[in-house]
Design a protein around this ligand. Structure first.
Ligand code: MG
Length: 169
């Protein structure tokens, strides 16, 4: 494997675990705010990010590439309102999309077609993640200021259940 592609995928393991940590912190925020449905939604999001980390890890293992696990950053967000959390989530997903695109660009440059095919799932996944984050913001804009509506939205988010990713290696 091309050294730069290898380095970026190895870094991505860390970034995905950081994403899991970040969303667990979001879940923690909403648990403390008494919105357990929002907390549930982000806790499941955290589980999905952990799955992503393992998929990148397994891809390097399958390709006989060395894995180096680095320290995971502390999430250090101080939120002044619920909307801040949702917006931080969208910004984070845009950042992750850019990371995936960067790996893709390096794989393309290196004519690493297997890695490109592997990354296709993540390209699509990032589109869905950004859509989900945008939808949450829209719903909060529409309903967040009314307590009864916020209660209903919280109930809706409480219904999210974890399912394993469609891509496994
Ligand atoms: Mg992810």
């Amino acid at each position: 494997m091309n050294a730069k592609v290898h380095e970026l995928i190895n870094q991505q393991i860390n970034k995905e675990f950081y994403s899991a940590y970040l969303y667990l912190d979001f879940s923690n925020y909403f648990e403390n705010a008494g919105l357990s449905g929002f907390a549930n939604w982000y806790k499941i999001q955290a589980q999905e990010e952990r799955d992503h980390a393992i998929i990148f890890y397994q891809y390097l293992q399958n390709e006989n590439q060395k894995v180096t696990l680095e320290a995971i950053d502390k999430p250090d967000n101080n939120f002044s309102c619920h909307m801040d959390v949702l917006k931080a989530g969208l910004e984070h997903e845009k950042y992750v999309t850019a990371l995936i695109n960067d790996i893709y660009a390096e794989a393309y440059e290196a004519k690493d077609f297997r890695t490109m095919q592997f990354l296709d799932w993540f390209v699509k996944e990032q589109g869905e993640e950004e859509t989900n984050a945008n939808e949450l913001i829209s719903k909060m804009e529409l309903f967040g200021s009314d307590p009864k509506s916020l209660y209903m939205l919280n109930q809706e988010l409480a219904a999210r259940v974890y399912s394993a990713p469609s891509l496994t290696l």
